[in-house]
Design a protein around this ligand. Structure first.
Ligand SMILES: *Cc1c(COP(=O)(O)O)cnc(C)c1O
Length: 360
C-alpha cells in the first residue's frame, strides 16, 4: 500500500483489481461478481438499499442493535417503508419472526439483516432466514461486516441475494473500501430498478468491473493493492485455518468470562469476531475501556446506547492470534481489579491459556 500510486486505467491496475475481486469470492461463498466500492461499509449498505428498492416500496429489517437500526434509517432516508423486526440486544433473530413479518407485510420487497451484529456481539442465523426468503419474492440482503473473513459464509448455497462487507474489520485493512456481491435475481432487480442513483449505481459498476476490468469511478487504488495482499495472506493461511483461528480466539475469550465473574451479553449466539462481556453492577465499562487503552495500551471497545457503561467488547478478528487474547484478558483483569472487582487474579488468563493449549 505504500507503493507509489499507479494510474487506474492501466493493465497493471486491472490485473490487481481482477485478482482482488476473484480472491474475495470464497470469503462470501459465491461464484457471483464481487464489486468493490470506494466507501466505508455503510456505502455498500446504502448501495444495496438504492439498487434493490424504489421509494415508496416496503422492506423488513432486523433491528437487534446499532447496525440493524442503520438499515431502518437508510430505508427511511430514501423514502422507503421499513417494517422493523425488533430483537433484544444480545439475542439472535428467530426465523419465525421473519416468517411472521413477511406474512404481516407481504408487499415487502426485501429483508435486511446483519450476519453478526457487532454492537451486541451476537450472530443471526442467515442460513435459516435465507431458507425462508428464497421461497418468496423478497430478497435477502446481509451486512456481512465482522462475518465475512471471520467464519464460513455460503452466499450461493444459502440463497443470500446481496452480501456486503468492508475493508477495516476482518480484512485487516484501513477503512475506505466496501465489497458487495449480488445474486442473479438481485441483479435482475437492480437492472430494472428506476431509483435515482449515480455514484453507487451497481449496474454501471458491474459493467465496469466485470466487462472493462476497471471501476466506474476513480478507485481507492492503495486499498485495492492492500486488499489483494491481505487476501493473499488469508488464502495462504487457508480459509479453514483462518476460521479455526477465529473460533479459538472467540472460545478462549469467552472462557475468561466465568473465571472473572462476568456474564456474556450474547450467551446463546455469540459472534465469532467479537466478544461482549457485561461488567459487574457499580463499575463503569467506559472507565475500564479508557484505563485499558490509556494506561495499559490495550484497545477494546465499550457499549453503545443502552449498553453504554455496561459492556466491554473485545474484538478478535483479522490480524490477531489466540495469544493476543492472553494480553487482552490480562489487561482486562488488571483494570477490573483496580476498579474494585474481586476475583482470583490470573483466573481469566488461565482460562484463555487452557483453551489455547487444547487447540495446538
Ligand atoms: C463496522 C460495521 C458497520 C459500519 O461500517 P462503516 O464501515 O463504519 O460504514 C456496519 N455493519 C456492521 C455489522 C459493522 O460491524
Amino acid at each position: 500500500m505504500a507503493r507509489p500510486i499507479i494510474h487506474h486505467r492501466t493493465p497493471e491496475f486491472s490485473a490487481v483489481l481482477d485478482s482482488a475481486r476473484e480472491r474475495m469470492r470464497p470469503l462470501f461463498g459465491t461464484r457471483q461478481e464481487v464489486l468493490l466500492l470506494a466507501a466505508s461499509g455503510s456505502g455498500a449498505m446504502e448501495a444495496a438499499v438504492t439498487n434493490l428498492l424504489a421509494p415508496g416500496e416496503a422492506a423488513i429489517f432486523v433491528n437487534g442493535g446499532k447496525f440493524g437500526e442503520r438499515w431502518g434509517k437508510l430505508l427511511a432516508a430514501h423514502g422507503m417503508t421499513g417494517h422493523e423486526v425488533k430483537v433484544e440486544w444480545g439475542r439472535a433473530v428467530r426465523p419465525e419472526q421473519i416468517h411472521e413479518a413477511l406474512r404481516a407485510h407481504p408487499e415487502s420487497r426485501a429483508v435486511f439483516m446483519q450476519a453478526s451484529e457487532t454492537s451486541t456481539c451476537a450472530i443471526h442465523p442467515v442460513n435459516e432466514i435465507a431458507a425462508i426468503t428464497r421461497r418468496g419474492e423478497a430478497l435477502l440482503v446481509v451486512d456481512g461486516i465482522t462475518s465475512v473473513g471471520v467464519f464460513e459464509q455460503k452466499m450461493d448455497e444459502w440463497g443470500v441475494d446481496a452480501f456486503l462487507t468492508g475493508s477495516q474489520k476482518a480484512l485487516m485493512l484501513p477503512p475506505g473500501l466496501a465489497m458487495i456481491a449480488l445474486s442473479d435475481r438481485a441483479l435482475q432487480r437492480t437492472a430494472r430498478n428506476r431509483t435515482p442513483r449515480f455514484y453507487f449505481d451497481l449496474n454501471r459498476e458491474l459493467k465496469a468491473q466485470r466487462d472493462e476490468h476497471t471501476t466506474a469511478w476513480t478507485p481507492a487504488v492503495s486499498l485495492i493493492f492492500g486488499l489483494n495482499k491481505s487476501l493473499e495472506l488469508i488464502h495462504g493461511e487457508t480459509l479453514p485455518r483462518v476460521y479455526e483461528r477465529h473460533r479459538v480466539m472467540a472460545e478462549a475469550t469467552r472462557a475468561a468470562a466465568p473465571a472473572l465473574g462476568l456474564k456474556p451479553i450474547a450467551p446463546a449466539s455469540p459472534a465469532p469476531g467479537v466478544t461482549g462481556l457485561l461488567v459487574p453492577e457499580g463499575i463503569d465499562s467506559g472507565k475500564i475501556v479508557r484505563m485499558m487503552r490509556d494506561e495499559l495500551g490495550v484497545s477494546v471497545q465499550g457499549g453503545q446506547d443502552q449498553m453504554k457503561g455496561r459492556l466491554v467488547r473485545i474484538g478478535h478478528m483479522g490480524y490477531l492470534g489466540p495469544f493476543d487474547m492472553l494480553t487482552a484478558v490480562s489487561a482486562l483483569e488488571i483494570a477490573l481489579a483496580r476498579m474494585g472487582h474481586r476475583f482470583a487474579a490470573g483466573a481469566g488468563v488461565a482460562a484463555v491459556q487452557e483453551r489455547i493449549a487444547r487447540s495446538v
